[in-house]
Structure formats: structure tokens, C-alpha cells
Design a protein. Structure first.
Lengths: 132, 132
């Protein structure tokens, strides 16, 4: 079934929302099954590439706890069709609040190569860095 | 004319080599015309996204000088066909040598969305970060 770019963008926004609404807000790490493809790779700053959904779940559980990250807002800056997939440039605002401190926002930017898997649009390659 | 993935990989390796052999070794910034697409974007760590080849040339001229960067070796880790383009995951070893100091290597990783422009395979979206 052919999807229009608008339909794909809506599906992407739904996936992106899960990162905040399920992972950050509820600590529901099973939601990563709907966010990352089974054989995805992430390239986090300050660490080597991490491959496969189980290892990626462990990375995020550890990173969110160690950063005291409370929420994240992702927004697309550019969405380019790339065959069966999409290359998205986006920005993220991550809100951190260590115990007893004021919340602070950190700006990041990212590139995600999206693929459709099991009828869902998911992150297949995910790399990001800080703006400052 | 349809190219095989092997032909595309060879063209990509030739472009990647220009980054070291022309830009780093000779200071030939005109070589960026063969490396980046006209409307490319780069997402460097510690700065906002930079759009368009003229601004990207200025970024690299400034970054190479301020880092005392002497050479770079790029190698592909994963090359995925993505419609008319390619999504490459790669690693880079950057050699820095500030005046009067020993050379030191820095490891980085990157994702590049490649597109063909004017018969050359070029970097259309380029994002990287440090491994440590």
C-alpha cells in the first residue's frame, strides 16, 4: 500500500511522540520495540556505535537515569524520501532535572534514517550531537 | 545509467579520499565542490546546523585551522542503498598536531546521506560526533 509523504510524516510524528510519552514519561522501555527497528544502530556522542534493540534499550535506560532526563521534544527540520526509507534532520530539546536542582533544557540535533518495519515507521540509524 | 553498489562504493571512496588528499593535505577548499552537494547540510558537534556549500567551506577552513588538524582517514562501516541515495555509517580518525606538540589521533563516527550530483557521489547530509 503506497503511503503519501504526509501519511509517512504523521506516522513518524507518532513514533517520535512515543519517545517522550512512553519512554521518558512512563519509563516504558518496551515502547522501544515500536521506535527502533530490530537491527538498528545508534551513534551517541562520547561512546562507540551501539547495535541492536536490546543494547539500545540498555543504553537509554542508563543515559536517562544518569542524566536525570525528564522529557524530550523532537521536531523535524527536514524530511527527505530515500527509497523505502526516510532521512530526517531534526532537533531535540531535552529537559534535565537532577535531584534538588532547577530543570534545564539542552538543545540537540540529529539525523535519523527511518524504515518501515511491521507496519510502523521506526528509527533504523540514529545519530545526534549537542548544539553547544 | 544504472550503477552497481560496488561502483557506487568505489565512487564514494574516491570522494572520501578527496577530503584528506585535497582539503587536509593541500588546503584546496575548492575540492568541496566535489565533496558536498550544493544544498548540503552539516551538523557539527557544538554548533547549530550549517546549510549550503559556501558556509560549509567556511566552517571547515576555520575548524581545520583552529584544531591544527593535519589529516583524516574515513572508512565506511555500513553502506545502505536508500532510493537515489546512500546512507553511510562510517568512522573517522582525525590527526591533530598543534604547533610544537606531538600529533594525536581522535576517533569520530558519522552518518552521511549521499546523493549523486553532476555525475559525482557527494555528501548531502553530514553529521558526526566523538567516540570519547
Amino acid at each position: 500500500m503506497t503511503q503519501t509523504l504526509e501519511q509517512i510524516k504523521a506516522a513518524m510524528a507518532a513514533t517520535n511522540d512515543l519517545f517522550n510519552s512512553e519512554v521518558f514519561a512512563k519509563g516504558n522501555y518496551d515502547a522501544f520495540d515500536q521506535i527502533y527497528t530490530e537491527n538498528s544502530n545508534i551513534l551517541p556522542p562520547g561512546a562507540p556505535m551501539i547495535s541492536g534493540r536490546p543494547a539500545i534499550k540498555e543504553f537509554w535506560a542508563s543515559a536517562i537515569a544518569s542524566l536525570s532526563a525528564k522529557s524530550v521534544v523532537l521536531s523535524s527540520v527536514d524530511v527527505a524520501l530515500a527509497g523505502d526509507g526516510i532521512v530526517e534532520i531534526g532537533k531535540a530539546v531535552l529537559t534535565l532535572q537532577p535531584e534538588g536542582q532547577d530543570a534545564m533544557d539542552v538543545e540537540l540535533k540529529y539525523v535519523v534514517h527511518w524504515r518501515e518495519e511491521d507496519g510502523l515507521w521506526k528509527w533504523h540509524t540514529d545519530i545526534w550531537n549537542m548544539n553547544a
